[in-house]
Design a protein around this ligand. Structure first.
Ligand code: PMP
Length: 402
């Protein structure tokens, strides 16, 4: 059986060695004689594995003791709702007398996922959604998500219940800048130093691809596992402990009731075992994270992922210079390390030729998201530099032939 190179945006490629190891665990988990998909989530072998998974994340990402690491299900979409409900409950306990109109939820909209999250907050009610910035007016055509706005364009509320951003927009290929002082970075400097900010970040498609800037300043960081870490079905949360609030006490004061399976405090009190967790995805994520540690953790992935992205953007630039390719994201506008999104000039025919030529070389799943079209190359952790080199060689070949 030959495996192709899978540049898909998620679920996406996993390391070969992990899949082989996982196949063994399906038959016999840690010498128990029971397969991992069959074993009790309360068994010693599994709870030990879960504790180790937590510590693999904590040490590699440098998560401080002020923050809990929780595991749940429901994906990024589940968190679009859960962060709103939990942080509205927290705000209600802090400020019981405000009306819904006075309770602000600040959203930074830089792509289709953050827009979806803001739409869900509007649906749920209990507060007023304020769009702190929407990047579309600053785009090349006035309607695309192709940039991260400069810091003077944000307008935050004085004491919001949450401040929300999506660190990497998987569909649009836009990501916040990483280097300190980068004008496309998140504008941390607009907030008071040392304040307990209700800052929420969706890291679904960039989690553990490089260190998280200002991690300790966040109230909640969340990610579905299915890009860099493992299979779909596992959602990872990093929650500052002042956000583990009694949601029933808040509901008594008029907050929107929170389903117990979504309450961060309930999850934390039960050490992520309030109900049956996604045992198999947790197992595979644990194997992925062990492997990451062996390779050198975040410094290693930061280096490799930076190089991978630079190589693909350089090939894209050569394609642009010849009028064969066109980046969808503005130059200097927050181009993603994880999802490189571009067009093939020449309409559907040219795009079709690019895709079929790629597949003939074993380079698969390069088709852009249905909402934006074109090409999207996802360069998650499991994509090796050698595989990126093969993509770059093909891009150059296509450029030179056209
Ligand atoms: N946020 C981002 C940045 C995503 O890429 C995705 C999924 N691709 C989601 C949220 C939604 O996640 P899920 O499908 O796990 O609900």
């Amino acid at each position: 059986m030959t495996r192709v190179i899978n540049f898909g945006a998620g679920p996406s490629a996993l390391p070969h060695s992990v899949l082989e190891e996982a196949a063994k665990g399906l038959l016999n988990f840690h010498g128990t004689g029971i397969g991992v998909a069959e074993i009790s989530h309360r068994s010693k072998a599994f709870t030990g594995f879960l504790t180790n998974l937590e510590s693999l994340i904590r040490t590699q990402l440098d998560v401080p003791a002020t923050h809990s690491i929780l595991f749940t299900q429901g994906g990024g979409t589940g968190q679009f709702s859960a962060v709103v409900l939990n942080l509205l409950a927290r705000h209600r306990l802090l400020h019981p007398d405000l009306t819904d109109a006075e309770r602000h939820l600040d959203y930074v909209i830089t792509g289709s996922w953050s827009k979806k999250a803001a739409d869900e907050a509007k649906r749920l009610g209990g507060g007023t959604v304020n769009i702190a910035v929407d990047s579309r007016p600053y785009s090349k055509d006035g309607k695309s998500f192709d940039n991260i706005p400069t810091h003077d364009r944000y307008a935050f509320s004085p004491d919001p219940a949450l401040i929300y951003y999506c660190e990497n927009e998987t569909v649009d290929g836009v990501q916040f800048g990483y280097e300190e002082g980068d004008k496309t970075s998140f504008p941390f400097e607009l907030f008071p130093q040392g304040a307990l900010l209700p800052l929420v970040a969706d890291y679904s498609s960039s989690f553990m691809s490089r260190p998280i800037p200002r991690l300790a300043d966040h109230a909640v960081i969340y990610a579905g596992a299915q890009k860099n870490i493992g299979p779909a079905g596992l959602t990872i949360l990093i929650v500052r402990q002042d956000c583990l609030v009694d949601v029933d006490a808040a509901a008594k004061l008029g907050a929107v009731p929170v389903p117990l399976s979504m309450s961060y405090k309930v999850l934390a009190d039960a050490k992520s075992l309030y109900n049956t967790p996604s045992v198999l995805p947790i197992y595979i994520a644990g194997l992925v994270l062990e492997r990451m540690k062996e390779k050198g953790g975040m410094p290693y992935y930061e280096d490799v992922n930076r190089r991978k992205a630079e190589k693909v953007y350089a090939a894209l630039k050569r394609g642009e210079e010849k009028g064969v390719m066109q980046s969808k994201v503005k130059e200097g506008g927050g181009r993603s390390w994880m999802n490189v999104v571009f067009d093939i000039v020449g309409g559907p025919d040219a795009l079709g030729r690019f895709n079929s030529g790629a597949e003939a070389k074993g380079l698969h799943e390069l088709k852009g998201h249905r909402s934006v079209g074109g090409i999207r190359a996802s360069l998650y952790n499991a994509i090796t530099e050698d595989q990126v080199d093969q993509l770059v060689a093909y891009m150059d070949e296509f450029t030179n032939a056209n």
